[in-house]
Design a protein around this ligand. Sequence first.
Ligand SMILES: [Zn+2]
Length: 85
Amino acid sequence: MKTKLLKHEAREKIEEFFSRKDFKPEEVRKIKRLAMKFKIELKGKKKLFCKKCLSRLKGKTRVGKSHKTVECGECGYKNRFRTDR
Ligand SMILES: [Zn+2]
């Protein structure tokens, strides 16, 4: 049997993926599946892609008191994130 992907390897893969400048929605889907399989939390990385269309998030950002809203440049979906601290 081929060597199984270990949790730390999966984590490395995820880190590497999100350090990229751009990524495709289907790749995000794969990475999310990988993270789920290994129960790895994406945490701050969730802010890097649109919740709806999974494309790289690079839209208008509005910061509120408790939330930050980033409007997706692709589909226009407003992604809300809790502001850290
Ligand atoms: Zn979107």
